[in-house]
Design a protein around this ligand. Structure first.
Ligand SMILES: Cc1cc2nc3c(=O)[nH]c(=O)nc-3n(C[C@H](O)[C@H](O)[C@H](O)COP(=O)(O)OP(=O)(O)OC[C@H]3O[C@@H](n4cnc5c(N)ncnc54)[C@H](O)[C@@H]3O)c2cc1C
Length: 289
């Protein structure tokens, strides 16, 4: 199928993009890398009247480290995030996850902002920024607003961003001393969207979990914090019993959706398996540092 007719405007600056978003309302749609938007237009799943192309707005991309926080501009391409020395050193969870995001061609065009704005429940970046306690910065003609990742994901492709707001950057606390992270994903083929996946950030001492954040994706309508599984493990020494307790608790944390990637029961089983693997790997990585 071909896309329905739409108008196209190239935003000359960030303020121009904000003005267009305000004027066009629900009828306007930001065009970033186009890797998700163009297929949905071609399949007629979406019919915006006007695309607002932000590819020439140069101050929306780039990666910097400021006072222990990594700033990633919304228009930063996946490939730039994947090859950034700042990300490799200060955000190892994201560096590990990026290897699972789509294929080279998609990573060359797709942007981290597009991924977070879209909020596909099987995407890697939303889970990572939730696990890392990131802050999303959005702007409209009325000013700038910061949204904690914990408050951002509202449902299937639904977020706390208003239609007249542009996602401009993501602020992610850099890795703290003693912190380890693990990213695990199961997909039908490498680079496909996840059947099940887990972003884990932990502090482990003598095989005991002192701090832990487990965020599951590819299961529910949004990335989900495994609060029961975390409570079952925190303060415990890693063991078969501890992993079993986490798996039992996870059945209450997650209510997976059956979809083309797999049944609800299979997804829950896979997430339990990934939880055990992530806990073991977190201990191994803590011992290796
Ligand atoms: C074959 C294929 C496989 C893929 N596999 C994966 C995968 O395994 N994992 C994964 O995470 N993704 C995958 N993707 C999607 C890819 O990562 C996209 O790049 C990403 O989802 C969207 O980024 P984009 O820059 O292309 O955004 P676009 O497609 O341009 O936009 C997506 C949506 O976000 C909105 N938007 C974009 N930027 C902003 C902004 N700054 N402010 C407000 N709204 C904005 C747009 O209006 C649109 O609604 C795949 C895509 C393809 C085609």
């Amino acid at each position: 199928m071909k896309a329905p007719k739409f108008d196209y405007i190239k935003a000359e600056s960030r303020s121009h993009a904000l003005e267009l978003l305000d004027q066009l309302g629900e009828d306007g749609r930001i065009l970033a890398g186009g890797q998700s938007l163009m297929p949905t237009l071609n399949m007629r799943l979406s019919q915006p009247g006007t695309l607002i192309d932000i590819n020439k707005v140069s101050d929306l991309s780039g990666i910097t480290l400021e006072d222990g926080v990594v700033h990633i501009g919304a228009m930063t391409r996946h490939v730039e995030v994947a090859t950034s020395p700042i990300v490799a050193k200060h955000l190892p969870l994201i560096a590990e996850a990026m290897k699972h995001v789509a294929h080279h061609a998609v990573r060359n065009r797709g942007t981290i902002g597009g991924s977070v704005a879209l909020a596909d429940p099987a995407a890697e970046m939303p889970a990572c920024i939730l696990a890392l306690g990131a802050t999303l910065v959005v702007e409209s003609i009325n000013g700038r607003r910061e949204i904690a990742a914990d408050d951002y994901f509202k449902g299937l492709y639904e977020t706390a961003r208003e239609p007249n707001e542009l996602l401009v950057e993501i602020l992610i606390p850099s890795k703290k001393t003693g912190e380890v992270s693990v990213f695990l994903e199961l997909a039908q083929r490498h680079g496909d969207f996840a059947m099940a996946g887990l972003a884990c950030v932990a502090r482990v001492s003598n095989k005991t979990f002192e701090e832990l954040r487990l965020v599951y994706f590819g299961s529910e309508d949004r990335p989900t914090i495994g609060t029961g599984a975390i409570a079952a493990v925190i303060g415990q020494t890693c063991s078969d019993e501890c992993k079993e307790a986490a798996a039992i608790a996870l059945a209450n944390d997650l209510d997976p959706m059956t979809n083309l990637q797999g049944s609800a029961a299979m997804k829950l089983h896979l997430q339990k398996v990934l939880t055990g693997r992530a806990l073991d790997t977190a201990v191994e990585r803590a011992e290796a540092t």
